[in-house]
Design a protein around this ligand. Sequence first.
Ligand SMILES: [Ca+2]
Length: 281
Amino acid sequence: MDDAVLGYLTDEDLLNLGIKRIGDRRRLLAAFAQVGKDQGLALASAMPKASMATPHVNSVGLSFLPIPRFKTLVCGYPVRVQDYRLYCIEKGLPFPDQKNPTDSTHPVVNVSWHEGIDYCLWLTAKEREMDRMGNDQFYRFLTDLEWSSAVGLPNESEETPAERSKQKPGYPWGPGYPPRKGFGNYHQSLKVDDFEFTSPVDAFPPNEHGFYDLSGNVWEWTMDNYNTSRAYHTLRGGAWDFYGSGLMSSARNANDPNGRGTSIGFRIAFAAQDTLNQTKK
Ligand SMILES: [Ca+2]
């Protein structure tokens, strides 16, 4: 964790993460690390080996795959009800309301940006404790540009997610609209799937890089602020209650980081310090 990731967080985010003094941002290292003593000084830990055919499976059974252009490994699907329930039980937290609470393979919803980050902090601390993750590695959301890579977009040169939104043409299923039947979980008015609300994360085929559910089902939080005002955070992917140009691969949505919704979930990445600078392979 270094100043590069701190750029993604507002002062309010830091306060919410327990960083009391704005000038004391380095304490975020400790929040992520639990063990910060060698932070930034240790040799870079090797990233786990992972390919589309053989993903890296972590200690709680989440699978991670490579993406083009970045070193970061990305979970093959959004965090599910069963994954978030384990976290809530271990932490003694109330489980958020779900429309399909017993469907354990649906993506968890009603989780704010801050709560999703807390999940990442928990999983990071847990795996460092087990020596399954180096002290220079951690879980976080995808950056906006990593998400673009996973969905198959080329480089986007605009500065902010807001400026990038809907600039590149096309949808995850191809150039035209509407989606074809059986591609993903979208608004029921489109009549292309059988799910009124959320669906299991593997209900539809994965994309060319092996990722399930990037398009539709739930919006996914990313690390990035939406624009230079930094008040809102960026969401990607569309959802079960969405239709239209908001489903474009390059479309962005935004929400208050304290906001929750029944169509908002999150996907996590296995990242390392140097991946925060958008390091290319
Ligand atoms: Ca649907």
